[in-house]
Design a protein around this ligand. Structure first.
Ligand code: HT7
Ligand code: ZN
Length: 890
């Protein structure tokens, strides 16, 4: 394979001063006329010829300064032009076939409408171009299409002209005043309607906001619009950043590879992250919509105004923008000062990071936040680039505080607005604005793998000194990742010390004149370093890495009693939750080891009691209690085992769930009753917290050996629900209960759910996903259900949301069933990766990753996984899938 290396970066040989694009939109054959004003780049080595990138295009004509150009040669990867002057106008006509484009990259048709997706390298499927992010130019776009079939014609920027053409056609001309890279280009054409709002931005300028959807979805756009307005206000207030265009559009499309795309002024969204009403969307959907609308809007400054020099710098925009959307959601949930509400969001984010990014970091796809090489860039839109990248940005804020972080952001924009820059430029701006040398911090961008911090403590009762010794290193990683690990990192390590009364102690480090604060951020820079606290009146219990101040694993030998104490008392809500997770993880891993040996399982009463205390602690928010009582996921637990054994983990986790269900039965019943949310549905964090805890109670009750009571409650909740959160939770509980005892209630609720929501694709996705993630029985393994559902008339492999709802849900979110010992899950996976590969390589490659940690499993599973991977390696055609399976098999 061709490997692209970061070290090989060279500036472009030519620049484009402006581009005019004209589209004659026809599904089977769209003609694109592209006129570029080009010149040689004075900052680059003189190139012998002009190389433009292009894929899947039919070249029609080429003209230089208006005259046909004979020295032009089209090939598989683009167009080569010899004999070009130093500055010239280049006009290229080409054709593409949007209706046949199942890759959903470039120009394609979805539900009869036209859409584009250009990030990362889709623009070259639309026209020949210097399709790289450091070539920025201004675009004028003319769209022509049949007026009846495509009444709405949209592109980036401002609408400057529109009108009718002969033969029932019409046109619209758009101009984007801002220079942008080609990956931010977009067009949309079709039968769409918009919810509109006019607002004034901070400086008093009028802005038109639109959310475009298919006509039957107009009633589901209000929440997205409100989320957009909140995002605009938040960026003005928190970062002083204003919307720069007169018009900002969001368009929803049902066929989409990812969540959404931040094209300048014309964001294109997966319908999943736009459409919501109480009947069709859950609390999680509402929260995700707010987060994704925010994320894409925030890209307008962090990504669009300041963009990436090359794709190795992807985290420059993605890590920073994820951090910004996380802070936005935290502020929306709890404001700047409600630490408990902010902690709930923090816990949710860290859960995702630890479950997904830590796993990625331990496997064959491990890479630094700023990767060194790739075969297919689409494979590097990863948890590491996004989520670990966000943690890296968060650490600047932890080190410098909110004000220091803001100073750094201001300087970053002052220096780099309108430029394509690097992660180093960002780091240097943050350092300079705060008068710091952050050279060591570069390691966070260049080193792969999850750092481990081992902690030792010692209390000297005579001298009243408490020492904390930290040692950093990495666990086992692939050799390629180990090579990147060059030296110690600067780790902001937040710590508190808790006294016997459960209260935080005031903290004074050796050498300081007085105590200050109860949480301190230690700057841990050496391989091993000791920090000494003085005036420590009694031996404290350390609260380590408060608020998860760095993306590391902390190793410290807490006793079960100490964890229970932290769970009851830590003033840091994140660490309170963390103590419960550590306690649960420890018990679950011990039980999984026993389950693997078919030994009997038991759980100490003290563990149950520790969880019962949190569950019934009314001073804690329902949302926090829900998170505290949620056990670590099966995937996370399997990953912690020396040899991953999904069946043993499942048995252990189910054992604990059943034990908690039975021991706390009365509490669960009381909670289910007490946390009802009568009246009209509102997706506020508070109401969502009540529903979350209530539905967790229902899920536990469904684990009882005799689930009759749960079935009764769930059936009533299913029938009476006025919102999707409660209805879906009830259906899920019915499915869980039917594992213990076949119940007609589950089957009839499933059938009812389908009938009710047949016309709502996003809800039917839930219907598929619920069945793919169910527990299954020996008599009816889930693979049978899934194979059967593949033949359902509503199943469609070409629609990524539908493929994800059934295939990905089974392969990635149902480990115990997917990893069946007979290898049936792997055979299914291989078939689907190969089938998807022929349609949509990006989606196929995502599915391919479900087996990448194969070496970590028990020998029986490992061998079957290897065989499946080899089968895919032998048959896959795309660069996308090949990169994943070949790296996995190395
Ligand atoms: N910047 C976008 C990333 C993206 C993408 C989006 C849709 C389809 C394919 C895509 N490839 C990459 C989304 C974001 O992070 O905001
Ligand atoms: Zn993004």
């Amino acid at each position: 394979p061709v490997v692209i290396h970061r070290a090989d970066y060279a500036p472009p040989a030519f620049l484009i001063d402006s581009v005019a694009l004209e589209f004659d939109l026809v599904p089977t054959r769209t003609i694109v006329r592209n006129t570029m004003r080009m010149r040689r780049n004075p900052g680059a080595v003189r190139a012998p010829r002009l190389e433009l990138l292009g894929e899947q295009l039919e070249l029609v004509s080429v003209a230089v300064n208006g005259a046909p150009h004979a020295a032009a040669r089209a090939h598989e990867h683009g167009l080569t032009l010899d004999d070009v002057p130093d500055a010239f106008e280049l006009t290229i006509e080409s054709a593409c076939a949007p209706a046949e484009n199942t890759t959903l990259s470039g120009l394609y048709v979805s539900s009869g409408n036209f859409f584009t997706q250009c990030e990362a390298e889709g623009f070259r499927r639309i026209t020949y171009f210097l399709d790289r992010p450091d070539v920025m130019t201004t675009y004028t776009v003319t769209l022509r299409a049949d007026k009846t079939a495509y009444p709405v014609l949209l592109s980036n920027g401002n609408l400057i002209e529109e009108g009718d053409l002969p033969d029932g056609r019409h046109f619209a001309k758009w101009e984007d005043p801002f220079k942008k890279p080609s990956y931010l280009f977009a067009l949309v054409a079709g039968q769409l309607v918009a919810l509109e709002e006019r607002i004034k931005s901070a400086s008093g300028k009028e802005k038109l906001l639109q959310v475009w959807v298919e006509p039957h979805d107009l009633g589901k756009t209000r929440h997205a619009m409100e989320s957009l307005i909140h995002s605009i206000r938040w960026d003005e207030e928190r970062f002083g950043l204003e919307l720069d265009l007169d018009r900002f559009m969001i368009v929803a499309v049902s066929d989409f590879n990812m969540g959404a795309m931040e094209n300048k002024g014309l964001n294109v969204f997966n319908t999943k992250y736009v459409l919501a009403n109480p009947e069709t969307a859950t609390d999680t959907d509402f929260a995700n919509i707010e987060a994704v609308v925010g994320h894409e809007y925030f890209h307008n400054w962090t990504g669009n105004r300041v963009t990436c020099r090359d794709w190795f710098q992807l985290s420059l925009k993605e890590g920073l923008t994820v951090f910004r959307d996380q802070e936005f959601s935290a502020d929306m949930a709890g404001g700047a000062s409600n630490e408990a509400a902010r902690a709930v969001k923090r816990i949710e984010d860290v859960r995702v990071l630890r479950q997904m990014q830590f796993a990625e970091d331990s496997g064959p796809m491990a890479h630094p936040v700023r990767p060194e090489s790739y075969v297919e860039i689409n494979n590097f839109y990863t948890m590491t680039v996004y989520e670990k990248g966000a943690e890296v940005v968060r650490m600047y804020q932890t080190l410098f505080g909110r004000d220091g972080f803001r100073r750094g952001m201001d300087l970053y924009f002052k220096r780099h607005d309108g430029q394509a820059v690097t992660c180093d430029d960002f780091r240097v701006a943050l350092a300079d604005a705060n008068g710091r040398d952050l050279a060591q911090f570069e390691g966070w961008y260049s080193q792969a793998g999850t750092p481990r911090v081992s902690v030792w403590t010692n209390y000297d009762a005579t001298a009243l000194r408490y020492t904390v010794t930290l040692k950093q290193g990495y666990g086992d990683v692939a050799p390629a990742a180990r090579e990147t690990q060059t030296g110690p990192l600067l780790i902001p390590f937040a710590i508190g010390l808790i006294g016997r009364d459960g209260a935080d102690m005031p903290l004074r480090l050796d050498g300081e004149s007085a105590a200050a604060g109860t949480t301190r951020v230690l700057e841990f820079t050496g391989t091993e370093q000791t920090f000494t606290f003085v005036d420590v009146r009694e031996e404290p219990l350390p609260s380590l890495l408060r608020n998860f101040s760095a993306p590391v694993v902390v190793e410290y030998d807490y006793t079960a009693g100490e964890l229970a104490f932290l769970l009851a008392h830590d003033s840091d809500p994140f660490n309170r939750w963390e103590a419960g997770q550590r306690l649960a993880t420890r018990e679950l891993l011990a039980l999984a080891a026993r389950a693997a040996q078919d030994a009997p399982l038991s759980l100490d009463d003290s563990v149950v009691a520790a969880f019962a205390r949190v569950l019934n602690d009314e001073t804690l928010s329902p949302a926090f209690r829900e998170l505290a009582l949620m056990l670590p996921s099966e995937a996370y637990l399997a990953e912690q085992m020396a040899e991953s054994n999904p069946a043993a983990v499942h048995r252990a986790r189910q054992f604990v769930r059943k034990r908690l269900a039975a021991a706390l039965r009365d509490d669960w019943l009381a909670i289910h009753e007490r946390h009802q949310t009568p009246g009209a549905y509102a997706p506020t964090p508070e109401a969502a917290g009540h529903r979350g805890l209530k539905n967790l109670a229902l899920a536990y009750l469904a684990e009882l050996d005799d689930p009759a009571e749960a079935v009764k409650l769930a059936s009533a909740q299913y029938a009476e629900a006025n919102n999707m959160t409660d209805r879906a939770a009830a259906l899920s509980a019915l499915l869980a209960a039917s594992t213990a005892q076949e119940t007609p209630a589950a089957e009839s609720a499933l059938a009812d759910f389908y009938r009710r929501f047949e016309k709502e694709p996003l809800v039917i996705d839930k219907w598929f996903a619920l069945q793919a993630t169910q527990r299954g029985t020996a008599a009816r393994p889930v693979i049978e259900v899934v194979r059967n559902l593949m033949t359902h008339p509503a199943f469609n492999l070409k629609n990524p949301n539908r493929a994800r709802s059934l295939i990905f849900s089974f392969c990635s979110a149902n480990p115990a069933q997917f990893h069946a010992e007979d290898g049936s899950g792997y055979a299914f996976w291989a078939e689907q990766v190969i089938a998807l590969d022929a349609l949509n390589p990006q989606v196929a490659a995502r599915l391919a990753r479900a087996l990448e940690l194969w070496r970590r499993y028990t020998p029986v599973l490992r061998e079957k996984m290897r065989a499946a991977l080899e089968q895919v390696a032998a048959q896959a055609k795309s660069r996308d899938v090949r990169e994943i399976v070949e790296k996995a098999l190395v």
